[in-house]
Ligand binder design. Structure first.
Ligand SMILES: [Zn+2]
Length: 270
């Protein structure tokens, strides 16, 4: 799943650029205008995020996992490296069987239903979700499209390595690239479901024991790190999927992104 716990649409809070996307008009009246986009600050933030390597993004995904406290520093490294290796293995497997084709066409080949929806779920801004039975990928197009809006609005194209032609005509080309990334991410979760011994399902962390019973659990972050890496390998996108997530987060909770950027950029340089 991409976007879980990402954002909360609170009109009147800092959340307002994303709000413009989901509720441009409500009850027949214009919503309050969102504050102006702080272009320079966003450019500085994304210039910093562009320095992040796969390991730094891995630490970011681990930091969001509720079980992060069950993972030691050295184990975190091992989990990130193994998840990245797992993404490569799945990618090689998929290439050998299905070859190069758009993620949408891979959904068809695998008989996975692909549903494009505009909106979001509840109070969260989701980019995409995967449902196991029956297999279904839901792509929330307006969340992804809002990321493109911010790239244009904040002048982030050059920093992100996005070509001007990708931003032309409302950014349609970049939107398609992001949609593909999101679908490929969810397809990794599909491959997880049909590969019982895959690393991301095999890796368990120990939970506090209940009496004499030892309890263990899978670690969602491992799947997220691998799905994210897989989506970029599969689509060949220049954009790290983490950057797309940050674009959406910026639109709703810029303070959160500032904190994330400060906390993790130090280890990106270390
Ligand atoms: Zn996911």
């Amino acid at each position: 799943m991409l976007g879980q716990k990402m954002t909360c649409n609170r009109p009147g809070s800092q959340a307002s650029w994303l709000y413009r996307f989901f509720f441009p008009r409500r009850f027949g009246r214009e919503e309050k205008q969102p504050p102006p986009v702080p272009r320079e600050e966003l450019q500085a933030i994304f210039a910093q995020l562009m320095e992040w390597d796969a390991e730094t993004w891995g630490h970011y995904y681990l930091s969001k996992d509720p079980l992060k406290f069950r993972v030691s520093q050295s184990e975190a490294r091992e989990i990130i490296q193994s998840s990245l290796a797992c993404a490569k293995d799945v990618h090689s497997y998929v290439m050998s069987i299905y070859g190069i084709r758009p993620a949408e066409a891979l959904c068809q080949a695998l008989q996975i239903q692909l549903v494009r929806e505009e909106g979001t779920q509840g109070n969260h801004a989701y980019l995409a979700t995967f449902q196991e039975k029956p297999p279904k990928v839901r792509l929330f197009t307006r969340t992804a499209d809002s990321a493109v809006w911010l790239v244009r609005e904040a002048g982030l194209g050059e920093i992100l390595g996005v070509e001007l032609s990708d931003l032309a005509e409302g950014g349609d080309k970049l939107k398609r690239e992001i949609h593909e990334l999101m679908i490929a991410h969810e397809l990794f979760h599909y491959f997880e479901t049909c590969t019982p011994d895959i690393y991301t399902r095999r890796k368990l962390v120990t939970l506090p024991s209940l009496g004499s019973r030892e309890r263990r659990s899978t670690l969602g972050a491992a799947g997220e790190i691998a799905a994210t890496a897989f989506s970029q390998l599969y689509t060949g996108s220049r954009l790290s999927p983490g950057l797309v997530e940050m674009l959406v987060l910026c639109m709703n909770d810029l303070d959160y992104v500032r904190r994330i950027c400060n906390n993790h950029s130090a280890c990106a340089k270390a």
